[in-house]
Design a protein around this ligand. Sequence first.
Ligand code: PLP
Length: 283
Amino acid sequence: MRIDPINHPLLTEKNICMDMLRLDLLHPAISGNKWFKLKYNIKQAEKEDKKTLLSFGGAYSNHLHALAFAGKKFLFKTIGIIRGEEVTNDTLSDCKKWGMELHFISRTDYRNKYETDFLYSIQEKYPEAYIIPEGANNQAGINGCKEILSGINTDNYDIITCAVGSGTTFTGLIESAIAKNQLLGFAAIKNGAYLAEEIRKNTLKQNWELLTDYHFGGFAKKNNELTDFMEDFKRMNSIELDFIYNAKMMYGLYDLARQDRLSNRGRILAIHTGGLQGNRSLF
Ligand SMILES: *Cc1c(COP(=O)(O)O)cnc(C)c1O
């Protein structure tokens, strides 16, 4: 997997050596962490002889986008349950083009997506379907994410970072990293502190920290400071960041560097989890 050095005068000044793991380059459609989260869910569906994959997400969901493509590639029918009023956008038209059946449900109903009764009614309605939770936030998802660092010499790094939505990817990284690695997760949502509790349910390791101050007002919220940062980053490193996850992580990392909260911690591996399809909503 490709690793690129990241350059910025601030990093040089603070004597920080930073690399980026380019999961965004994995595949044009199933990019970033989403393939890792889907891999063992798809294997399980095959094992159970299910012909349909069903999951949940918002109207710009990277997860549903990846699922729709994976379904087409591996010959599953796919169903996406989408939060909110019916809309059209680039993400959803890709999903449709790849054969996904879209169902829009109210935000109130959507809140029940983890409730047993709700899932039961969905399973009754689609008996052929293997149900994947939103963001593939389950043990199969974590197991796939344990493979993100395979092939990487983790001994080279003092810090490994990634953006956090559900915490599935971060948990997989924590579980597969070595004791020397300090893992930093950057919550992409407001009031993300509860995510630390969710992560603790799935790992006993303690060499990690969740930073919750770099959400820029909430999930998928942005301001000029963030979009300016993305442009500067692209100019300097020729790497595009998505505004929902990776731009917030990198902004946070530079901010920590500025405050000397990363000094004496040598080499950093920042994981680019992809998500660039979502940037189409910016233009
Ligand atoms: C989904 C997503 C994440 C968050 O992954 P979780 O496993 O839900 O924490 C991070 N980055 C990108 C680009 C994503 O699409």
